[in-house]
Structure formats: structure tokens, C-alpha cells
Design a protein around this ligand. Structure first.
Ligand code: LMR
Length: 400
């Protein structure tokens, strides 16, 4: 049976991680997979996570099944983090969700439920979008299409082109929006632009599908979702996929949630049963540990404020590296103005060099970035920035 299956290419992001790990050069630099590294190049367990794990070790009394929807206090507290204190939609009972296996699980269950509701729906994704959006959402059987998003000339959002394309999207179709820290470009919508997208969603009737995997990595946990909160307070329906991989550093624990905002509380209850049925068909029930950690941190005032403090340090380090890298690359022989790196948000920027230069950086200097030229700013450290800047200057022409 299996003889007919060909060998597949490695996953574009996780394959890069494997290649980086296999590289024996000690000076190698990892700007590939979207994982935070501290200034010593480590991916630490956050203090509040450590504390919550210790707490769970002594207080957990059973390993019995969680149930399909997962941990109710996690689902509620994570939604609270997203929607904030002025949260009308939850008060109206119009939003229901379930715990998922990371943001990927959330995205897939969201897609499965959309397909149950409307198999002929098209999901519009930004060009470019996160490499795994297409297989995750497309794997449900839904059709995908692209709307223009990133403008390589300005290194920002081509908002006119985006709105021009979305003006043609109507009721019954879905528009996937990155809540903040656009992956892979780092180019985010401004609050005014979120307002315009919201007005268009209301006028045209398409359903927004928000993927928010980096809340707190740009400007702050509330600041980063100002646009999303505006949207969700206005539209009758939306799907939201969230992840705790980055902002809680819980990557391998696979912690996320999917929420459905519907026009009435009764619809929200019905949609949740559909989402639970979809999850039961795929993984049955989510793993408990990571969600219990997040629920405990968000429910404990001391741990929550320690987590927020450490998250601010994470964000501060990434933003400091943005400034430093832009400075170090000034005056390059190719005349590229890298100042956009300061303006972009979150872990990623599109570096905008040629595929040949990406390959030379990897082969000659052990600098790993995605073929798309996506770089992870959290991989830049005070210890490697000189080598990184020298390598980039070299491949751009000086001292090559
Ligand atoms: C990334 O974009 O690098 C991360 O979200 C990791 C992944 O699963 O692709």
C-alpha cells in the first residue's frame, strides 16, 4: 500500500529548523523558526510558567479526561486576555470556544466548522501569509484565495490594493486577518485601517477569521489587539484562533483556543457543539498541562503581573534588536534602506534580499533565514549581531 507514496519535501519552516540544528558550525545564527531566544540564544521557560508548573505538581489530583472543550477556566481567561475588560460580546453570550492543540489546532477547527457551515466558502488569505495557513485551512477542504497585502517597495501594507480586493468579497466568504505581528512580514494594520476593514466587513458581510498568535510581542497585550477588539465589538460573526506558544513560551505544550462569535447566544452554543464534534474526530480531547499552566497564571494576580513583566522584557529585547540591526546595516553597498526593520512589529521582518543572497548567507556564513527572506528578530543577540551584520554587508557587496 505505502509503496505508492512519494517522499515529500521538508516543511519550509520546520525543515529549516532541522537543517540549522544539523549544522555543526559553532557560530551559526538562527533567524528561521519563530521561537523567542534571549540574549544568550536560549529559549527559556518563563518564570510564571515555572511557578505555575510547581503549583500544578502539588495540587493536581487526577489525570482523568478533560472533556472535548478542554479546560473551561483556560477558555474563559484566554478569551478575557483577548477581549479585555470592556467585553460586550462575552457578556451577551455570543462567543463560545474550545481549547485546542496550539494555534494550528485552532486554525484547523475553525476551518472545519466553516466548512460544516458553508462548504463552498472561499477563505481569503494575505499575500504573503504564514506558510502553514494554506495546508492547515486548505486541508479541511475549503478553497483559498489571496488578497494583496505586503508592498515590498514601502515594506508596509499595500492597504489600497488590499481594500480593493476585499471590496469584491461578499457574504459567505471568509477573510483571514493576522491580529498583530503579521507573519511573515511584520507589517501590521494601523487602528484606522482596522476600522476600515471592520466597516467593509459590515458592509459586505464577509466573515473575519482572526489569527492571533503573537499578542503582547509588539507593543503590549492590550495595545496589540486594539484593532481586533474594535472589529469583534462590531461584527455579527467571526472566528478567532489564538495561541500561547509565543507569549507564554509554551511552544511544545501545544496550547491554543478557537472561538466563534455569532449573532446570538443560541447560535454560539450550537456552533460550539459543531466545533466539539470536529475536534472529537481529529484529536478527541486536548492535552491538559499547558492550558492548566496558562489558566493558573491568568487567574493569579501575582503570577499574571510577573508574566506581563517578563513578556515586556521579551518585547523590549526584540524591539531593541530591531533598532540595532537597522543601524548596523545602514550604509550597505547595495543601498538598501533597512530602516523598515524598526517600524515593523513582532518577531518577523521580510529582509528583501535575493534568493541567491539568502543561500550565500546560509552556506558561507551559517546565517539561517527563510527562503522568503523572513527573519526572526529574536534570533539576533548582542553576541551575534556583529557577525550577522558583517555577513549581510559581505553578501550585499562589501568585502565579499
Ligand atoms: C513560525 O512561523 O516559524 C512558527 O509559527 C512555527 C511554525 O509552526 O511554523
Amino acid at each position: 500500500m505505502f509503496q505508492q507514496l512519494p517522499r515529500l519535501e521538508a516543511d519550509p519552516i520546520l525543515g529549516m529548523l532541522a537543517a540549522y540544528r544539523a549544522d555543526p558550525r559553532p557560530h551559526k545564527i538562527d533567524l528561521g523558526v519563530g521561537v523567542y531566544q534571549d540574549e544568550l540564544g536560549r529559549t527559556p521557560i518563563m518564570r510564571a510558567v515555572n511557578d505555575a508548573e510547581r503549583h500544578l505538581l502539588v495540587t493536581e489530583t487526577s489525570k482523568t479526561y478533560l472533556g472535548i472543550a478542554g479546560d473551561p477556566s483556560f477558555n474563559e481567561r484566554l478569551l478575557g486576555l483577548l477581549l479585555g475588560t470592556d467585553d460586550r460580546v462575552s457578556a451577551e453570550g455570543r462567543v463560545r470556544g474550545l481549547q485546542t492543540t496550539g494555534g494550528c489546532g485552532a486554525l484547523r477547527i475553525g476551518a472545519e466548522v466553516i466548512r460544516r457551515a458553508r462548504p463552498e466558502a472561499t477563505v481569503w488569505v494575505s499575500a504573503p501569509t504564514w506558510a502553514n495557513h494554506v495546508p492547515l485551512i486548505g486541508g479541511s477542504g475549503l478553497r483559498l484565495a489571496e488578497y494583496p497585502y505586503y508592498d515590498p517597495r514601502t515594506h508596509g501594507v499595500d492597504f489600497d490594493a488590499m481594500m480593493g480586493a476585499l471590496a469584491e468579497v461578499g457574504a459567505g466568504d471568509v477573510v483571514l486577518l493576522h491580529g498583530c505581528c503579521h507573519n511573515p512580514t511584520g507589517a501590521d494594520l494601523s487602528l484606522d485601517q482596522w476600522r476600515e476593514v471592520t466597516a467593509l466587513a459590515l458592509a459586505n458581510g464577509f466573515t473575519p477569521y482572526v489569527d492571533i498568535a503573537y499578542q503582547g510581542l509588539a507593543d503590549g497585550v492590550d495595545e496589540d489587539v486594539a484593532g481586533v477588539r474594535h472589529l469583534l465589538a462590531a461584527v455579527p460573526e467571526a472566528v478567532i484562533a489564538t495561541s500561547c506558544s509565543k507569549n507564554f513560551g509554551l511552544y511544545r505544550e501545544r496550547v491554543g483556543a478557537v472561538y466563534f462569535l455569532t449573532a446570538t447566544a443560541a447560535q454560539a452554543e450550537a456552533v460550539q457543539t459543531q466545533a466539539m464534534a470536529a475536534a472529537r474526530q481529529i484529536w478527541s480531547m486536548p492535552p491538559a498541562h499547558g492550558a492548566a499552566v496558562v489558566a493558573h497564571i491568568l487567574g493569579d494576580a501575582t503570577l499574571r503581573s510577573d508574566w506581563l513583566e517578563e513578556l515586556a522584557d521579551v518585547r523590549g529585547r526584540i524591539n531593541a534588536m530591531r533598532v540595532l540591526l537597522a543601524e548596523r546595516l545602514a550604509g550597505n553597498a547595495a543601498g538598501i534602506d533597512f530602516d523598515f526593520i524598526r517600524r515593523q512589529k513582532g518577531m518577523f521582518s521580510y529582509f528583501g534580499i535575493t534568493p541567491d543572497q539568502v543561500q550565500r548567507l546560509r552556506e558561507e556564513y551559517a546565517v539561517y533565514m527563510m527562503e522568503s527572506t523572513r527573519i526572526n528578530l529574536a534570533g539576533v543577540t548582542p553576541a551575534n549581531i556583529d557577525a550577522l551584520a558583517a555577513a549581510v554587508h559581505a553578501v550585499l557587496g562589501r568585502g565579499a
